[in-house]
Design a protein around this ligand. Structure first.
Ligand code: NDP
Ligand code: HEM
Length: 511
């Protein structure tokens, strides 16, 4: 065929041209095969290695590349971070969205918190801001995170998601009621990644050339507006397509409708932190805008779809430990736990040199002394005689200008508990009060649908928490449950399976 002349010759991965890519070597036309057919063996062996472990959480995701453009210099007095230092400055970024609980093949339009992970390729290294579409989280101590996630994943016996486990955990950890309320409200099921806000969620710090440190939070407000599905709409969407987010995001960028967010920060001084009625490092709390107004920083635009999903989204490794000059951590216990957890996950999921993979590689110079190990695919030694430090052969050296200002810490080390108190219901109340009657109605219905069929003592315990937020909240959920009981009598087979999975509860676990 004339056309074939223009096409490159197929080769093995060792570069040897291949004469036949259709037929295995067999003894006679009917087989059997010969072990010496290494082309066949290579093909099968490669296929066996095409999957890597999925992320233990946030496995299902959608990503795109874009830019941050700085629109205001209002934060330069707080931080010397290079990416903010000039109005008009553009920094390339990767943004990956995700759901928390579902596996890689999960349907996109499921009610869940959404991940909102940035990798900013700044001129002074990568800054990863690994947040969610909610400003807060379910728990405030990293000790509780693996257990929380267990309740979101599958039951060991039934291999089904277990509403009983979810509500058992939430009702035993009432600090979760703020996040549960957001999850069960309209914002718990946006119609696509463009139609939701993003939040760094934790308290971080800014520091400047004068050595001053300020506490800060990051916010990204959608310019597309908030759009959401009801449970019924989502069921219909999932019936038609399990990939509605990928279609939304990829399609919008492909058609030049580039999604945008406005980036803001909130800033708090140490003096103010000493005075807030709530712990400003508690991840179940926001900082009220009236006290800590949003300060505009810039605009995020997503304008480039990945060329290869696996290489650029699946292999992307985001870690809260990746901060750059001018941005630091805070005492937030959850953040501190995450500083360890992510790089550990990447080394397991991707290999020791995951940061040298093209999508994770900084766009600024990299000069470290980490050496060999799995995936050492870069041959550059920089300076081959300077392979240890300190050395006399011009190897890379430290630069004290990048030292963070000292952070004063003092206190007694022990397993400190932050008991649940009235304080934990104030902000959920502010949120609940903001909802209009229709929003409240949907909140009650969504909660009832998620709870229906679980043991009554867990429902009662959770209703107690809703009542502390507002008596009408508990009443609304109770009525919605009664309505569901009536309309779904004798139809709840799948919930029965969940019930069978649960052993007789121990009375001493009841709050
Ligand atoms: P404000 O009235 O100043 O802010 C209300 C915030 O709530 C805005 O950020 C708004 O986001 C967001 N919001 C509006 N409608 C909903 C909704 N249906 N579901 C979830 N969030 C919504 O009040 P405060 O700062 O005092 O906060 C009051 C409560 O609002 C908090 O207790 C918290 O639950 C919630 N909230 C607060 C945030 C904060 O950082 N202070 C951030 C997000 C929520 P938008 O402007 O994008 O519509
Ligand atoms: C992913 C751990 C809390 C947001 C992950 C991963 C781990 C993890 C191990 C998989 C990483 C990978 O394989 O690439 C933890 C621990 C937490 C915690 C131990 C608490 C102690 C949070 C919180 C948020 C969050 C509070 C948001 C504010 C995310 C996001 C991802 C993720 C968005 C997906 C990142 C991506 O897009 O690749 N988490 N997490 N996590 N987590 Fe957490």
């Amino acid at each position: 065929m004339a056309d074939d002349k223009k096409r490159p010759t197929l080769t093995t991965s060792a570069g040897a041209p291949v004469g036949d890519n259709q037929n295995a070597i067999t003894i006679g036309p009917r087989g059997p095969l010969l072990l010496q057919d290494y082309q066949l063996i290579e093909k099968l062996a490669h296929q066996n290695r095409e999957r890597i472990p999925e992320r233990v959480v946030h496995a299902k995701g959608w990503g795109a590349f874009g830019t941050l453009t700085v629109t205001s210099d209002a934060v330069t007095k707080y931080t010397n971070a290079a990416l903010f230092n000039e109005v008009g400055k553009k920094t390339d970024l990767l943004l990956r969205f995700s759901t928390v609980a579902g596996e890689q093949g999960a349907a996109d339009a499921e009610r869940d918190v959404r991940g909102f992970s940035f990798k900013f390729y700044t001129e002074e290294g990568n800054w990863d801001l690994v947040g969610n579409n909610t400003p807060i989280f379910f728990v405030r101590d990293p000790y509780k995170f693996p257990d929380f996630i267990r309740t979101q994943k599958r039951h060991p016996r039934t291999n089904l998601r277990s509403p009983t486990a979810m509500w058992d955990f939430w009702s035993l950890c009432p600090e979760s009621v703020h996040q549960v309320t957001i999850l069960m409200s309209d914002r718990g099921l946006p119609i696509g990644p463009q139609y939701m806000n993003g939040y760094g969620s934790h308290t971080f710090s800014f520091w400047n050339d004068a050595g001053e440190r300020y506490w800060c939070k990051f916010h990204f407000k959608t310019q597309q507006g908030h759009k959401f599905y009801t449970n019924e709409e989502a069921a219909e969407i999932i019936g038609k397509s399990r990939e509605s987010y990928q279609e939304e995001l990829y399609g919008a960028i492909h058609e030049g409708r580039f999604p945008k967010w406005t980036m803001y920060v909130q800033v708090m001084t140490q003096e103010q932190a000493n005075e807030t009625s709530y712990n400003p490092f508690d991840l179940t709390k926001v900082w009220p805008h009236a006290d800590f107004p949003l300060i505009e920083v810039g605009e995020i635009e997503l304008n480039k779809n990945p060329e290869n999903y696996f290489a650029q989204v699946e292999q992307a490794a985001f870690s809260p430990s990746n901060v750059v000059r001018g941005i630091g951590f805070s005492p937030d216990k959850m953040l501190q736990g995450r500083i360890f957890s992510y790089a550990d996950a990447h080394r397991h999921r991707l290999g020791a040199h995951y940061e040298a993979l093209p999508v994770n590689q900084p766009k600024s110079p990299v000069a470290h002394y980490h050496k060999d190990g799995l995936l050492r695919f870069f041959a550059d030694n920089n300076n081959p005689d300077a392979y240890y430090e300190p050395n006399s052969f011009d190897g890379p050296v430290q630069d004290p200008r990048y030292n963070e200002p000292p952070l004063e810490v003092h206190g007694v080390a022990k397993r400190w508990e932050q008991p649940v108190g009235d304080d934990d219901f104030v902000q959920p109340r502010a949120l609940y009060t903001m909802f209009d009657d229709e929003q409240k109605g949907r909140l009650f219905k969504n909660i009832a649908a998620a709870m229906h069929g679980i043991p009554q003592f867990i429902i009662d315990r959770q209703l107690g928490h809703f009542a502390k937020v507002d008596p009408s909240y508990a009443e609304g959920v109770r009525n919605a449950l009664a309505h569901l009981d009536k309309s779904e009598e004798d139809r709840e087979t799948h919930k029965d399976v969940d019930r069978m999975a649960v052993n007789e509860p121990h009375k001493n676990t009841e709050a």
